[in-house]
Ligand binder design. Structure first.
Ligand SMILES: [Zn+2]
Length: 322
């Protein structure tokens, strides 16, 4: 039996008989547990490392290097048997894309689980640049920052097992599509939702981190998130406020941002929220920071202050509110 089948059979057994915990899955209380500190230097290093590979564009060498890097990192944190790469193909523009979602499971024996995710690919073009718009971008914030926070949380989970089971899922192919061609975005989350590695997978909730490392980031309450899991949104934003991050996690209505969480909610039925740096224009439409989808999305715009805030909020939620 392959390692993954072994993992699958354990998880399947766990899933039978935990159906009625869902209603309690989205209520939160302070548990008085000790919360490990989030090491922002390490998180920053994980962002830097991804940027050093170059643009993680599907069907490139850098993309493969990054995939192996995540796989090995996760194995060292979760164990060899708890990491799975879900490889798949998708139709791109005049090419067949070889893609892979990277999954790591912590506390395999725990029936009560949550899901954390980010996208690990970076965009093949710089649509927002006036020159060389066909060049790929480094995606230090758009892609690497969310993965960096999750890798550091994974390292934390190795040293301090979380009180619930945690599945980290890095989606591939989120940012492949040309502007406006939404069918070619979210390729990894679409595949994962249609082909769940663990049939019937039903975590309490999910959290998607996208663009969580930019200097001066603002996270208003993204609209789909509020619709899918209002209690979770309130808990996360309350924690941020208590920790003094209210100027970043704005207690304001955000815009509706199309992202992997919409696919995961609508196709896999999981209540999931998105923490994403964006602005809500007066007409309600989403706007993104100036470096978005441009060559300026490089390491220079990454702020340890932002990464720290997001990491602290996640750690408090996971270790002390569930
Ligand atoms: Zn993007």
């Amino acid at each position: 039996m392959s390692k993954w089948l072994y993992l699958l059979s354990i998880l399947t057994l766990i899933l039978i008989g935990c159906g009625d915990e869902k209603s309690e899955g989205l209520t939160f209380t302070e548990k008085g547990r000790e919360v490990p500190s989030f090491n922002v230097d390490s998180a920053y290093h994980f962002v830097e490392q991804q940027v050093e590979f170059g643009p993680r564009v599907p069907n490139t060498e850098a993309h493969q290097q990054a995939l192996h890097y995540f796989q090995n990192k996760f194995k060292s944190y979760a164990g060899d048997n708890a990491v799975y790469v879900q490889r798949f193909e998708a139709e791109g523009y005049d090419e067949t894309l070889n893609l892979g979602n990277v999954i790591a499971a912590f506390n395999l024996s725990g029936p009560d689980r949550i899901m954390l995710s980010a996208h690990w690919d970076s965009r093949p073009r710089a649509d927002m640049d006036s020159t060389n718009a066909e060049n790929p971008i480094l995606g230090a914030d758009d892609g690497a920052s969310g993965v960096g926070v999750l890798l550091e949380l994974a390292r934390m989970f190795r040293d301090n097992p979380p009180p619930v089971g945690v599945d980290i899922i890095l989606f591939d192919g989120e940012d492949y599509g040309k502007s406006g061609d939404l069918n070619r975005y979210f390729l990894g989350s679409r595949y994962w939702s249609k082909n769940p590695p663990v049939p019937g997978y039903s975590p309490r909730f999910g959290i998607l981190l996208d663009m969580v490392g930019g200097a001066g980031a603002q996270f208003p309450k993204e609209q789909y998130s509020v619709n899918y899991a209002p209690n979770l949104v309130n808990e996360v934003w309350n924690i941020a406020d208590e920790k003094g991050y209210g100027d970043m996690f704005l207690n304001e209505q955000g815009a509706a941002v199309s992202d992997d969480h919409v696919i995961v909610n609508e196709q896999a039925g999981i209540p999931i929220i998105n923490i994403i740096h964006h602005y809500r224009k007066s007409n309600g439409v989403a706007e993104f920071p100036s470096y978005w989808h441009s060559q300026n999305d490089d390491l220079d715009i990454i702020s340890k202050e932002t990464l720290q805030a997001v990491g602290d909020v996640m750690a408090e939620l996971i270790y002390n509110r569930l």
